[in-house]
Structure formats: C-alpha cells, structure tokens
Design a protein around this ligand. Structure first.
Ligand SMILES: Cc1cc2nc3c(=O)[nH]c(=O)nc-3n(C[C@H](O)[C@H](O)[C@H](O)COP(=O)(O)OP(=O)(O)OC[C@H]3O[C@@H](n4cnc5c(N)ncnc54)[C@H](O)[C@@H]3O)c2cc1C
Length: 192
C-alpha cells in the first residue's frame, strides 16, 4: 500500500489548506517591471485599458498593447499581433486626419501541443469560448478547431517559417484580425 504523504500543503490567502504528494503549479503571470516603474501599472504590473480601444484608463494619448495591458484574453503572440494590426491602422488614420478607433474583440488564436505528435488549435474572443470546427477556411480547414490532430501539430511546426518570413517582416496574413464564426460549430448544449 502506498502511504499518502501529507506533510506538504498549499495554503490559500483565506486559510484553506490542501495537502499534496506532488504539486504541479503555474506561477502568477505578472507584467514587466518597467510597467510598474512607469506608474501606469496595477498590482500585477499591467496597464488597465479599455478592452476594446486599448486606451489606458484616464489618459487620452496612452495605449497599451500585448503583454503590457490587462485585457481579459490570453497573453499570447497572436493577441499582441492582432492588437498591433488594429492599432497601427487606427494610428495611421488619425495621423492623416481621418477618424478611427481601435475595436479589439479579444481575438486569440493558439496552437496547443498535446503530445503524441498532435496539437489542438483554438480560436476565441471575449464573448466566444473555443468552439469545434475548421480553420482558417470554413469547412475545409485544413486545421481542426478544438480537436488534437497531426495536421495541427504540423501547422504549429510550419508556423516557425511563417513567423520569421511573414510576421517579422510585417507582411499581412490572410487571417482576419477580428474573430470570425465562419467554419465554427456551436454545439447544442452551448447554443441552448
Ligand atoms: C516561454 C514562453 C512561451 C510562449 N509561447 C507562446 C506560444 O506558443 N504562442 C503564443 O502565442 N504566445 C506565446 N508566448 C507569449 C508571447 O511570447 C507573448 O504574449 C508576446 O511575446 C507578447 O508580445 P509583446 O510585444 O507584448 O511583449 P514582448 O514580446 O515581451 O516584447 C517586449 C519588448 O520590450 C523590450 N523591453 C523591455 N524593457 C524595455 C525597456 N526598458 N526599453 C525598451 N525595450 C524594452 C523587451 O526586450 C521585448 O523585446 C510565450 C511566452 C513565453 C514566456
């Protein structure tokens, strides 16, 4: 019989105590020190912003993008990319005297490696949890949403090339900045 070791425990701020044998934990994801040093950050070193316009609360001319802001979506490269794309267009329009505002919907898109040569692909925003379906071409894919497949894994591997040769040089990607419902299936239990 294996005896349970209980000498270790995690204790929460409200004094709940959970014993464990093996603890796998993820450290608190804090923002950068320079955000704290700027005086713009909250207690997690993120700049509080309007979640759609990315404008820092209380300031007309300060915007925070990517890992620096506190919007309720993933801290991910795809989020930083989409925010930057929308922000750059709006900034260019304003500099040319045209009215424009950033309208970020929380769009995030991530491959998630699952092991065994398979990966998931998730595509979601503030209002829509990851759904099953095909991506980026509705019905065709070639990637599958929310399902571990080998093709998704190879898509993740191929993304390395896309990163260096398309994203870094700033070439536009044929993927919409705002999340699309095309190709997504809403399961009945979610729809009802
Ligand atoms: C280990 C790891 C794995 C990840 N894997 C993934 C993944 O698979 N997919 C995904 O989508 N995302 C992933 N992410 C998250 C992704 O890397 C970040 O969300 C993304 O890089 C944020 O972009 P950013 O431009 O906001 O910040 P950053 O990429 O952090 O850029 C900030 C830049 O500011 C510079 N800087 C800092 N201080 C100063 C200063 N005082 N003056 C001037 N410059 C300064 C830094 O050097 C840095 O270049 C991962 C992150 C980590 C740490």
């Amino acid at each position: 019989m294996v005896e349970r070791v209980t000498e270790y425990a995690v204790v929460s701020y409200d004094d709940r105590r959970i014993g464990y044998d093996l603890l796998v934990t993820v450290p608190l994801n804090m923002g950068a020190d320079y955000v704290a040093a700027s005086g713009l950050g909250d207690e997690l070193n993120h700049v509080p912003v309007d979640r759609n316009t990315l404008r820092a609360n209380g300031y007309d001319n300060i915007f925070a993008l990517g890992d620096a802001n506190d919007v309720p979506t993933s801290k991910a490269g795809s989020v930083a990319h989409v925010e930057a794309e929308l922000f750059a267009d709006a900034l260019a329009a304003r500099l040319h005297g045209r009215p424009a505002r950033v309208d970020f919907d929380g769009h995030a898109n991530c491959f998630v490696e699952c092991g065994d040569g398979r990966a998931l692909l998730i595509d979601f925003n503030y209002d829509t949890e990851p759904l099953p379906g095909r991506y980026p071409l509705p019905g065709l894919g070639p990637f599958s949403l929310l399902r571990p497949t080998r093709l998704n894994h190879w898509g993740k591997r191929a993304f390395r090339w896309v990163y260096w040769h398309a994203l870094l040089p700033g070439r536009p990607l044929p993927v919409p900045a705002r999340m699309s419902m095309a190709g997504k299936h809403v399961p009945e239990e979610v729809a009802s």
